[in-house]
Design a protein around this ligand. Structure first.
Ligand code: NAI
Length: 342
């Protein structure tokens, strides 16, 4: 029996290409995984009549871990986002996005190393909207003490277990005194339980300005759902964009690791997709399942491969290589590392 059972959702578009790459790199890193593979999205509708069949959810609840490729969401019509459904159904309340500068990915900034923690379940994403009278609509922003406290605790626990020094809560409590005020108050209450970790806060507009002026000053950022959505993409842009940044959605019932980019239909099936973002998500997953040695080997190999020539990097990050070129270079680097240790 394999050491780990993990649910695998390859998704569509470039999803199957990048997940196949990451699965083989994890194997080259020597991690023993049995993958339980499921269709989701349009493929699952044509086969089973549901974009997110019940056995997918059961598999994630059983294994407690999933690796997921991007899934196309039809615009305007068709099924609603399976990403949102997954987060809501499994109560994956914490969205984690580490944003770190990498070698040979040229950006305006060096040495960025920020962890963005986003609350995933409420705020303006509650979907509570209605028309009051023709021409007037209302969207409800829901903030609760329970959700604000557990996400603050998640951020401080992350800081404690990963040797981080500061958590900055981001808000607009000067204007939304009740809702953002509650989020901020919960943050301050939880901060008292962690006297060794610095706690401060910033108003979201000021934070955005400072992120593009001097991003190196930030350590962990804690945000409500909507500010988190916007600021996490801004942060990704500081280190090379969505093609290189990892993501995870974590709750008590399980954790789903996925890249933040979409299904990139414009390059699907052409061996051009960059697996790096999903691979970085898989590194987070390896840490999560206790494979810290393998996580470090893969992280070190990424640095070496990115540094080893344009033919091993895909075009979106200035290389001339293909998905397969990157994958082969990663596996060779990992195998060389293992032989050197023997
Ligand atoms: P996208 O992220 O798929 O593509 C934007 C641009 O980035 C495209 O030019 C694409 O070629 C490029 N790109 C994205 N990932 C890349 C990679 N790994 N390697 C190289 N180039 C890459 O965003 P778009 O076009 O807005 O969305 C396409 C579909 O993906 C939509 O149906 C959307 O709903 C879905 N989507 C799914 C997500 C998920 O399942 N987690 C997240 C975001 C979007």
């Amino acid at each position: 029996m394999a050491q780990h059972k993990i649910t695998l959702l390859p998704g569509d578009g470039i999803g199957p290409e990048v997940t196949a790459s990451v699965v083989s790199i994890i194997e080259c890193a020597g991690v023993d995984v049995e993958w339980e593979k499921y269709f989701v999205g349009a493929e699952a509708i044509s086969r089973f009549g549901d974009p997110l069949p019940a056995d997918v959810l059961e598999s994630i609840l059983r294994n407690k871990v999933a690796l997921k490729g991007p899934v196309t969401t039809p615009i305007g019509t068709g099924f609603s986002s399976i990403n949102v459904r997954l987060r809501k159904t499994l109560d994956l309340y914490a969205n984690l996005r580490p944003v770190k500068s990498m070698p040979n990915i040229i950006t305006r900034f060096e040495d960025v190393d920020i962890i963005v923690v986003r609350e995933n379940t409420e705020d303006l994403y509650s979907g509570l909207e209605h028309e009051v009278v023709p021409g007037v609509v209302e969207s409800l922003k829901i903030i609760t003490e329970k959700a604000s406290t557990r996400i603050a605790r998640f951020a401080f626990e992350y800081a404690r277990t990963h040797g981080r020094k500061r958590v900055t809560a981001v808000h607009k409590a000067n204007i939304m005194k009740l809702s953002d005020g509650l989020f901020l108050q919960c943050f301050r209450n939880v901060a008292k339980e962690y006297p060794n970790i610095e706690a401060d806060d910033k108003i979201v507009d000021n934070l955005c300005m400072q992120m593009v002026m001097n991003p190196q000053q930030f350590d962990i950022l804690l945000l409500e759902n909507l500010y988190g959505d916007i600021v996490s993409d801004l942060a990704a842009g500081l280190v090379g964009g969505l093609g290189v940044v990892a993501g995870a959605n974590i709750g008590e019932a399980g954790a789903v690791f996925e890249a933040v980019h979409g299904s990139a239909p414009d390059i699907a099936g052409q061996n051009k997709a960059n697996p790096l973002a999903l691979l970085k998500s898989a590194v987070l997953m390896l840490h999560h399942i206790g494979e810290t040695g393998a996580a470090k080997r893969v992280d070190d190999a990424i640095v070496k491969v990115l540094d080893s020539g344009a033919e091993h990097r895909t075009r979106d990050i200035g290389g001339i290589g293909s998905t397969a070129d990157f994958t082969i270079a990663m596996c060779e680097t990992l195998r060389r590392g293992t032989r050197a240790e023997d």
